[in-house]
Every structure is written in C-alpha cells, then in structure tokens.
Design a protein around this ligand. Structure first.
Ligand SMILES: [Zn+2]
Length: 496
C-alpha cells in the first residue's frame, strides 16, 4: 500500500497526515526576504526547502497556490520595534531612494533563486502594496480592545490578549516565563508591556516610506504584512505556513495573535520550519557577520572559499540533509556534495541513452524486479515522511547502481522486464529533475574546448600530419569558425 504524506507540524509538535482543508487545492504561505542586502545561504535554505514542498505537492496532484512575500517596509533593525527601518538604513548608506534599494535587491534575489532552480511562487506580494489591508486589520484589533495608540504608534496588547488566547502556543512558551525573561522597559518606551509589539509606527520627519493612517503618517509593523497578505490571497485559515525556524518566535507567534483577533482562527493548519545553517558550530547569520552570500559562493570570492561552487552543488548540499535538522557548512561537505551531484547527473545522462528493445522478455529475474520496486516505493515513502530528501537521495543512489549496471552491461534490460525498466527510468528522472529540482548545469566551456582543439591543430601541423590538420579545419568550419595561420601563431575568426 502506498504511504500517505505526513508533515511535522510545529503547532502540534508531531508528524500528522497531510489533509488539505479544500482538496485538491492547497494554500501555502512562506515568509520571504527583507530586500536590503544580497541573499545568503540562509535565504537559499528556506527557499529550497519550500520549493521542494511546492514541487512535491504538485507532483501528488494538488493545485497549489504558493504565496511568498517581499518585505520592503517595516522591518526594523535587530527585528525589534526600535531602531531604523532596514531598507531606509541601506538607502541612506547607499545614498539611494528606499524603493531603489528594494528594486535592486528584489531583482538580485530573484536571479539567485532562478539559478538555484527555485520555482517562482504563484503570487509574490510586497508589504508596501498592502498598506490598506494592514490598516484595516489594525482597526479591527483596536475595535476588539487589544491594541492601543501612543503618540501616533499602535501596539498590540499581548498580556490582555493572553487572557483569552494563548500567546506562545506555536513556540510552546508561556507568557509568565516570557515576562520573567524580559528586561524592564526603558523609560522612554511607548509600550505598556514588554511583550507588546508594533502594529503601526509613527514616521519621523525624515522617514520617506510613510503612509497616511487614522493615527497619522507612518508605516506598518513587520509582523502584520504576513497576516494581511496571507488572509487576502489564501483566505483563513489556509493549509501550510512556512519559514525559517528563526522566524518562529516572535514573528509567527505575533502573526497568530493578530489573526486570532481579526479572523478568530490560527491562520494556518500546518506550520513548517526549516532549520538553520551553522558554521564552526555557530548559527550563520547576517547579524553575526559570518554569512556567505550566494554571489560569493557562486563566484568563489568569500575568504573561506578557494573555488566557486555552482548553484546546483549548493542545492544538492542542502537537500542531502533533512530540512528540520541544522546543516553544518564546511568545504569538505561542499566537496562531497559536488561529487554526489555529479554522480546523480551522470546517472541522468546515462538514463537518457537507455532504451528497452526486447518485446518479449524471457529472462526476467523476479528477485531483481522486486528489489527495484522496493527502491522506487522507498523514494515515495521518504518524501512522504515529512519531505525527507536525505533518505530520498540515498534511494536514488541505489537506483543509480542499477542504471550503471545497465549502462555497463552488467544487467540486461530484459532481466528487469519492460514495466520495471520503465519504472526505474521514470522514477529516477522525476525524483531528480521534477521533485528535487536538480538539473544538469553546463560545465563545459566552449572557449576551453576551442583552446584544446587549437592545441591539437598546432601539434598536428608541427608533426606534418596534414590529414588531421584538414580534419580539424573542416570540423571547425562546420561550426562557423575559420582557422587562420598567422606569423604569430594560430588565430581564428567567425565565418562571414
Ligand atoms: Zn512572515
């Protein structure tokens, strides 16, 4: 019997059978980037994790609406309610308009994601494009008596909310513990309680990103955009809410509190969190200054790297670990990932050349066939087990052994029979390309190949092997390239 998809739900702290609210539709919301800097490995892990979730749900036949936002306003320094807006600060540093910063880093993020073969979400809304919806939510929270205005800013009253709800239900924290762990409020703070968070912030006179509101000109608090955007495009509640584990508290906890007040429900049924990347046993993060951007990795320009690593090697590196575990970054691990990736791709290339020619197989080995079916089933079982890509890849390497056996003639296609042979081909191809999203990257440079040919041409000339000289000339002419014997050596030009 085929296994069912089970997902680990942070909200209930257990693996649950995935049952969408309105099958065959699935609504999924994932917290996207704050676009004030180049994307780093942490961004890639979240994007790749939920890209595989998106791909697998579609493979299972669900119609998935995947919403991932762009935070372009309201995210303050240190994820706190004080300090400068991250985008406004970057704009000041780069002497640009905030929207120029947003545009530049949004484009840069999308390019990086495309190189990683991360599919675009169905909708990619920005926080600044949903100010009206966010103001609407604040008004409702105020009407419910769970928010208060101070000097043009509005705050959510966490302690009052907790009397009727449970602030901390997602992270499993109790408000009493949170309160004892919090420092006393500084005198100039506007908040009544230390856990209260901003729904609206008053803009200072120099703040450019500002909108009119019932409380004066300002901008929305960071947590609000996800509640407003999720509800607008996916309804309430929707199926899956995803994000990095660093967003679990307070960001997702605040999202839940806001939606509970306005929509009387937890916004999503399943909460999925990808874990962090570590380096030397420490969390890799922008705030710690030990992060590596994707650009640095792809170009090999970070001082920890002695060479560039391609987007697909990074994708493989991330997928050979389960998304809920921490992932330790090291050069050795990247090197291992590179070898693993190339092995998988060699399998894919070999597979394309394998064809089944025998119509009436006579020598089917039931034992071999049975084992092959078990391997194929295990690929599904691994993905159904909370998207366990690590186990899936291990199964694919088992299938790869059979592919290599077929390629080298150690196994006859007729030993498998047509059905098992086709299942091997389809399973390997679909899991590698469609579900894991791993594709062949061009690794051969035309310049390097041409350079090699010119070297062979010079050698042939020196050795007066004119047959070879003519053959190389003719082969290159076929590609529109004319070799020229110059006094200084061999050159070439495009044929016109
Ligand atoms: Zn969010």
């Amino acid at each position: 019997m085929k296994s069912q998809l089970k997902v680990y739900n942070t909200l209930t702290r257990q693996k649950e059978v995935f049952k969408p609210l309105h099958p065959p539709r699935v609504g999924m919301y994932v917290c996207g980037p704050t676009v004030y800097g180049k994307a780093h490995l942490g961004h890639a892990r979240s994007a790749i994790t939920f890209d595989v979730v998106f791909r697998y749900l579609k493979y299972l036949g669900y119609q998935v609406r995947y919403v991932r936002n762009i935070t372009d306003v309201g995210h303050l320094e240190r994820d706190a309610d004080e300090g400068e807006d991250k985008i406004a600060k970057q704009a000041r540093l780069e002497q640009l308009e905030p929207m120029e910063v947003v545009r530049y880093y949004t484009d840069s993020y999308r390019k990086d994601m495309a190189r990683l073969n991360v599919l675009q979400p169905s909708i990619e809304p920005s926080a600044s494009g949903h100010i009206i919806e966010q103001i609407g939510m604040i008004e409702q929270i105020m009407r419910a008596g769970l928010a208060y205005e101070v000097n043009g800013s509005v705050y959510f009253d966490v302690e009052k909310y907790n009397k009727q709800g449970h602030y901390g239900k997602l992270s499993g924290r109790m408000i009493a513990d949170l309160l004892t762990g919090t420092r006393a409020l500084a005198k100039q703070q506007e908040k009544r309680g230390p856990l209260d968070f901003a729904l609206w912030k008053k803009a200072t006179p120099t703040h450019i990103m500002r909108w009119p509101s019932p409380w004066g000109e300002g901008f929305p608090g960071w947590h609000l955009e996800c509640s407003a955007i999720g509800a607008k495009y996916l309804g309430q509640p929707f199926d899956i809410h995803g994000g990095g584990i660093d967003l679990l508290f307070p960001h997702h906890e605040c999202e839940i509190a806001q939606s509970q007040v306005v929509y009387h429900t937890v916004p999503a049924k399943y909460w999925l969190h990808n874990n962090l990347i570590t380096i030397d046993g420490q969390k890799m993060g922008k705030s710690l200054g030990n992060f590596i951007t994707l650009e640095q990795l792809f170009q090999g320009t970070h001082n920890l790297l002695d060479q560039a690593y391609s987007p697909m090697v990074l994708r493989f590196f991330m997928l050979q670990a389960h998304y809920r575990g921490t992932l330790a970054f090291s050069i050795e691990a990247l090197e291992a990932a590179k070898r693993g990736y190339l092995k998988l791709i060699n399998g894919l290339r070999a597979l394309k050349k394998l064809v089944y020619t025998e119509d009436t197989p006579t020598n089917v080995d039931e034992k071999v066939v049975e084992q092959l079916h078990r391997n194929c089933d295990a690929c599904h079982d691994a993905m159904n087990d909370d998207f366990n890509t690590a186990k899936t890849i291990a199964q694919l390497f088992d299938l790869l052994k059979r592919i290599n056996d077929l390629k080298h003639g150690n196994l006859e296609a007729t030993t498998l029979g047509k059905e098992a042979f086709e299942r091997l081909k389809n399973t390997y191809k679909i899991f590698v390309e469609e579900i894991l999203g791993i594709k062949e990257e061009p690794r051969l440079s035309p310049e390097a190949l041409l350079h090699t040919l010119l070297k062979l041409y010079r050698e042939a000339k020196e050795q007066k092997q004119y047959d070879r000289v003519d053959a190389i000339r003719a082969a290159l002419k076929g590609q529109g390239i004319i070799l020229q014997d110059m006094k200084t050596g061999v050159d070439w030009t495009y044929e016109v």
